[in-house]
Design a protein around this ligand. Structure first.
Ligand SMILES: [Zn+2]
Ligand SMILES: [Zn+2]
Length: 308
């Protein structure tokens, strides 16, 4: 554990930012919560109890929680809300367009929340409150602003995760079944292939999401996108679309995340003084490299001893 944590957390309060985790049974609620200008916010965590805001960065199941969709004080982008409607039967919170500034009013406090695209999946958004930027998952950091406190992900937070997307290989595929995660990856890939002039059909829940997002899928395409689990039931050529290496099918690397180098480049781009990795696993190497860039670094585990 970083022995400077109490000091760092004290320094963070000069940005009106106090991160903490809520206890739950013998563990913690997912991800983290924070106080900003005396208002309590929960990031990709479970629902607050007393009109607290849930900031939902995107519609991957590990980032929203079924019950948050029913929180009138949850905040999600239009496309995230649309996907939550398909997956959770509705979204009761406040909806914004990515890029918009949302004004939140709690008692006497007014807070401006700026939003930015992260290109992780349809509707994924970063939130900026004062000097603090909370990114959620990121594929392309170039639309993110500079900040003084960067709260971000480290899904590929180990140096062995260095890869390039194989979009050319993806576009050269003809008459094949592609295995892709149904929420996010399937829509992104369908859009890429349709933009390149291909007929694409998508199976299962992913199809309903495509249609709701206005992605022009057809009923029997030359390329079929299905879940990786269903690939074994398909005839002909099949590929799984991922940067992960544990599948038995031939793979085409298409990732929704920055790789290890991308995380470092994002830190350089946003130029923060403090970095909190709140999702994924930041390796010791990553923490060390980011410190060498002149940042104080915290991981989610470092927050475990703090309370609200
Ligand atoms: Zn995600
Ligand atoms: Zn994630």
């Amino acid at each position: 554990m970083n022995s400077r944590i109490p000091e760092i957390v004290e320094e963070l309060q000069s940005f009106d930012f106090y991160p903490f985790r809520r206890r739950w049974g013998s563990g913690f609620r997912p991800h983290f919560s924070f106080k900003y200008r005396s208002v309590v916010w929960h990031v990709d965590s479970s629902r607050g109890t007393a009109g607290e805001v849930n900031l939902i960065t995107h519609a991957h199941t590990d980032h929203y929680g079924q019950r948050n969709a029913k929180n009138p004080f949850a905040l999600a982008s239009e496309e995230t809300a649309t996907i939550l409607e398909v997956c959770c039967g509705g979204f009761s919170g406040r909806i914004f367009r990515v890029g918009e500034t949302v004004r939140i009013r709690k008692n006497e406090t007014k807070v401006k929340v700026k939003t930015y695209p992260t290109h992780h999946m349809h509707g994924s958004a970063a939130f900026m409150l004062g000097d603090v930027l909370i990114t959620g998952d990121v594929k392309d950091y170039r639309d993110l602003p500079k900040c003084r406190v960067l709260v971000t992900e480290a899904t590929y937070g180990s140096p062995e995760f260095v890869f390039e997307d194989e979009i050319d290989k993806l576009l050269s595929v003809d008459r094949a079944a592609l295995g892709a995660y149904p929420i996010g990856k399937s829509q992104k890939v369908a859009q890429i292939l349709i933009d390149a002039g291909k007929n694409v059909s998508v199976e299962g829940k992913a199809e309903a999401i495509c249609r709701r997002l206005g992605i022009d899928v057809c009923d029997s395409g030359e390329v079929v996108i299905t879940s990786p689990r269903e690939l074994k039931n398909k005839a002909g050529r099949k590929y799984v679309l991922t940067a992960q290496k544990f599948y038995s099918f031939p793979r085409i690397v298409v990732s929704d995340h920055v790789d290890y180098r991308g995380i470092l480049e994002m830190v350089e781009h946003c130029d923060p003084e403090y970095v909190l990795f709140y999702h994924g696993r930041a390796s010791e190497m990553l923490v060390q490299e980011v410190k060498e860039m002149g940042c104080e670094v915290l991981t989610l585990e470092d927050l475990n001893f703090l309370s609200c």
